[in-house]
Write a protein that binds this ligand. Structure first.
Ligand SMILES: *[C@@H]1O[C@H](CO)[C@@H](O)[C@H](O)[C@H]1NC(C)=O
Ligand SMILES: *[C@@H]1O[C@H](CO)[C@@H](O)[C@H](O)[C@H]1NC(C)=O
Length: 395
């Protein structure tokens, strides 16, 4: 996280505090008198509704009350001085208005009332329906009907990483008798060559691109776009994995693990489990999260972002539940929040030692036992893979 962003986050915090106490500002006397009268009318009306229609349950009455409250909140919002809204949010709200009015394909199934959507989206920039696909390869799952989909977030310009994966663990479309599909997920960046990317996609049909800005701080958006794509473009797959582009992935061992009899087909999320991880509050850390974004001192149990595997019923549930979870920049911990909110938790893999992060050096025997390893460079991946695939015993 750069200094620039840190600054704006502080600003954001102050703005939020401001916005929390709008009553400190004295409204003109007439204004409050009028509001009081309006409130009284609404109250009388709601009470009237509740008693006149005996078929209405208490919960229904409550929901009506909420709607009025929302209406009232909205009319109040209309008087909120513009400086109470952070510029970032303001820009975002404006964009949302456009999106909602245009209703592009990606937003079609979003039929909720305008007011709720605006209130929600002001704080929910990670919700994938805020964005639309630029490249979506909607047909690849129908043609292939995979057992497992490997979703690899990667920067648009990082062709080297994509090519290395296409030549190594992303190469085989059938592994241990099961169909696999490897796709790359990109946002937009200012420098990338649109034509080149289109050519690359024409050649491989494996790029998914959404129209958010592809930055480190936006990785949670990218993960939610992955979930949205899986839920809407590939619902028939059995499992999926989010796996980083700098990984060694032993796809054989992964499929063997997923074919084990005891592995759940629903509500299953596994990988390297992180328990009781403290939230990093040091501003110069890559993982810094300001308290305004995430107030708790610890994250719920989550699976490390380098590579986590899940049953493919979960993506739709994650997208749905993400509407009510404030986003922050740590994508794997955010998924931890989502699964917790669903009343579920990550499961330890059958053999936890198969999900490894850093290793000191390449070891042919070791690589034949694991599922993941972080290796860092495309060049290393190709070299290690070439050796790993040589005939002969691994150990
Ligand atoms: C309306 O605003 C109040 C605070 O001003 C808040 O407590 C309440 O939840 C809001 N109601 C709705 C329905 O958004
Ligand atoms: C994240 O993406 C949004 C949408 O493209 C963009 O407006 C915003 O600046 C990005 N945020 C960061 C921190 O890169």
């Amino acid at each position: 996280m750069g200094d620039q962003n840190t600054g704006s986050d502080e600003e954001l915090g102050q703005t939020r505090q401001f916005a929390k106490h709008p009553h400190q500002q004295k409204p003109p006397a007439f204004h409050s008198w009028f509001q009081g009268l309006l409130m009284l009318c609404l109250l009388v009306f709601v009470v009237f509704l509740a008693f006149s229609d005996s078929t209405l349950s208490w919960s229904e009455t409550l929901s009506i009350q909420k709607q009025y409250q929302r209406f009232f909140n909205k009319s109040k919002q209309g008087h909120t001085p513009a400086y109470l809204i952070h510029p970032k949010h303001r820009a975002f709200l404006n964009k949302m208005k456009e999106n909602t009015l245009q209703t592009p394909e990606g937003l079609q199934h979003n039929t909720e009332p305008h007011t709720t959507q605006q209130q929600r989206l002001q704080y929910h920039e990670a919700y994938p329906h805020n964005y639309r696909f630029v490249m979506e390869n909607a047909e690849v799952c129908k043609v292939n009907s995979p057992f497992l989909v490997l979703m690899v977030p990667v920067a648009p310009s990082n062709v080297a990483a994509r090519d290395a994966i296409r030549a190594t663990w992303g190469k085989d479309q059938v592994v241990q008798g099961k169909k696999l599909l490897t796709l790359f997920v990109l946002g937009l960046d200012k420098t990338h060559d649109v034509e080149k990317l289109q050519q690359e996609n024409q050649q491989h049909n494996d790029l998914i691109q959404s129209n958010f800005l592809d930055t480190y701080l936006n990785l949670t958006i990218k993960t939610m776009v992955i979930m949205d794509w899986l839920a809407t473009r590939c619902p028939a797959a059995a499992y999926a994995m989010k796996v980083d582009s700098d990984m060694f992935l032993n796809v054989d061992n992964l499929v063997i693990m997923l074919k084990k009899p005891g592995i759940p087909q629903k509500n299953y999320l596994t990988g390297m489990l992180m328990w009781n991880r403290p939230v990093v509050r040091s501003k110069n850390s890559k993982w810094y999260v300001p308290e305004e974004m995430y107030p708790e001192p610890q994250y719920p149990t989550y699976t490390l972002g380098m590579g986590y595997v899940f049953s493919n019923d979960l993506p739709a549930k994650f997208v749905d539940v993400s509407k009510s979870i404030k986003p922050f920049n740590i994508e794997d911990a955010y998924i931890g929040m989502c699964i917790k909110k669903l009343g579920l938790s990550p499961t330890s893999p059958p053999d936890p030692s198969q999900f490894k992060a850093y290793n000191s050096k390449y070891d042919r025997c070791e690589f034949s036992k694991v599922i993941t390893y972080i290796i860092g460079s495309a060049e290393n991946l190709k070299n290690f893979w070439a050796d790993y695939k040589k005939p002969g015993p691994h150990c």
